[in-house]
Design a protein around this ligand. Structure first.
Ligand code: ZN
Length: 508
């Protein structure tokens, strides 16, 4: 006989780059759509496939005692473009039907990302919470985890009881935050009434300024945590996802207290004001493409120099980039920069051709023969097939995929002049050295490593590189931190740093 609270589990995991191609059913199903029992079975498995905040919630609830999970739908497309609105409505309808059929429920847990946009609306996440609230009523707790890149809307705050955001970037605390949501859920079930203070600043912090090891974002998160005490349930500070280009963009501050509304208001105002005073530090410092190539040549020629890591931050699949821009590849190849490892390059046709040719074959590699996106510029060069693989790897520790099963699709390591390139078939960012080394491309001995990632690589690659060895390249791409490169239409203006004279006064 099962006992304990009945908790629905559902979620949409999508970070939408409004400038990237639209995604729908096929894209989600190719990545991950879990329904019903599979959600809980996956969370309890050795190498779960779902985002770790779902796993953390389920396992913490399991450890705490009897409960009745009511798993409904988790749809995950990672970082991509806007979701097709009809498919969004279909997912919401499936979630609604599941919730209605499961009533009476004691609680609802959203394993959510929080930065989705659809082809018609800017706030699918708020729409989902509102739907859940409508079904379960005012008294059933709704708790949601959020990526710290979520763009928090008024509707999200209104319809959920407690929002808990990651506090690390790279995100190495997803599991812990999921577990924290389970603890919050149990407090709410025990009768604690949360009070939430919420402020959104007119500040779009370019993604590269949102690291949590050092820098302005690290400082405010650390300060926020120093203000935790027994009255405060959670402090979440969300950098937001710039490329969503929505009216909900802007750094968001959430302070949730155990029933103390005044404290929630005072503390959230203090945190927001502190960040606003510090806003000048949220302006990125990038290295030009030419300078990156020059540094790589120098590093290749002089073994006494420390190895170099170039982050191709403008082509980050973790932010909706296609993982296939060729500016760095072409530049490093043309310059003959020695000892370069580059990855992971998303080109399924090229990987398939290499598989057909076999290890040791030489051929004319044509990068980007299929894609027509403005940044997917073709590039051709003589290449040799160094290694082939099926792309099934386990994420390494440290790293934000540690222990998780990762599917890169058919994969080929190619030698293109002085550059070794790992070509994959399933678009994803390069999270840890295993993404290259599993295919024979040794990061430890490379003179220069190029990763298609904005910042999540920093945990995994810390085994080889100190922050001083890492530079961020100002190449073109869908995720360029150079905000002047885009035509923004969704932001509420004025917004800093696009509008340098933006003002903000703390609410009373
Ligand atoms: Zn994120």
């Amino acid at each position: 006989m099962t006992q304990g609270p009945r908790i629905a589990i559902l979620g949409l995991h999508l970070e939408s780059n409004r400038f990237a191609p639209v995604v729908g059913r096929d894209d989600f199903e190719a990545k991950l759509v879990l329904e019903g029992r599979d959600i809980v079975d996956d969370a309890r498995s050795t190498h779960p496939r779902q985002p770790a905040a779902g796993t953390g919630f389920v396992r913490d609830m399991d450890e705490a005692g009897a409960w009745q999970p009511v798993p409904l739908v988790i749809a995950d497309c990672g970082a991509a473009g806007p979701i097709d609105h009809d498919y969004l409505l279909e997912l919401v309808a499936r979630m609604r039907a599941g919730l209605e059929a499961a009533m009476p429920l004691d609680g609802v847990y959203f394993a959510q990302h929080g930065a989705a946009v659809s082809t018609r609306i800017s706030d699918p996440d708020g729409l989902m919470y509102a739907m859940a609230r409508e079904v379960v009523g005012a008294d059933v707790p709704i708790v949601s985890v959020l990526d710290l890149h979520a763009n928090v809307s008024d509707a999200m705050v209104e319809h959920a009881d407690v929002l808990v955001a990651y506090r690390t970037n790279p995100h190495v605390d997803q599991y812990e935050r999921g577990a924290e949501c389970a603890r919050v859920m149990r407090e709410l079930l025990a009768g604690v009434r949360p009070q939430v203070g919420f402020i959104r600043l007119p500040l779009v912090a370019p993604q590269v300024t949102q690291l949590t090891a050092t820098g302005p974002y690290a400082d405010i998160i650390r300060y926020g945590q120093s203000r935790m005490d027994e009255r405060v349930m959670n402090i979440s500070i969300l950098g937001g996802f710039t490329y969503g280009d929505t009216p909900e963009n802007g750094m968001a501050f959430l302070v949730t207290t155990r029933g103390d509304a005044q404290l929630a208001r005072d503390l959230v105002r203090e945190l927001a004001a502190r960040t606003w005073a510090d806003r000048g530090r949220f302006v990125p410092r990038l290295t030009s493409l030419d300078e990156c190539v020059r540094r790589a040549v120098e590093t290749g020629d002089d073994p006494s120099r420390p190895a170099l890591l170039i982050a191709d931050v403008a082509d980050n699949p973790g932010g909706g980039g296609r993982g296939n821009t060729t500016w760095l590849l072409e530049g490093l190849h043309a310059a003959g920069a020695r000892g370069v490892a580059l990855g992971v390059f998303n080109d399924a046709s090229l990987a398939a051709e290499a598989h057909a040719l076999g290890v040791g074959a030489t051929f004319r590699a044509r990068f980007n023969r299929d894609e027509t996106d403005q940044y997917s510029k073709p590039f051709e060069a003589e290449a040799r097939v160094l290694a082939l693989g099926d792309g099934q790897i386990i994420g390494r520790s440290p790293g934000s995929r540690a222990g998780m099963a990762v599917d890169l699709g058919p994969t080929a390591a190619l030698e293109v002049g002085t550059v070794k390139v790992v070509v994959i078939s399933k678009r994803t960012q390069c999270i840890d050295p295993g993404y290259l080394e599993s295919f024979g491309v040794d990061v430890g001995t490379a003179r220069t490593t190029v990763v298609k990632s904005r910042g999540h690589f920093r945990a995994g690659f810390s085994v080889y590189f100190t922050p001083e060895q890492i530079i961020e390249c100002d190449a073109p791409g869908l995720t360029s931190p150079n905000l002047a490169n885009f035509e923004w239409t969704g932001f509420r203006r004025p917004i800093y740093p696009l509008d340098p004279d933006t003002t903000w006064t703390p609410p009373l």
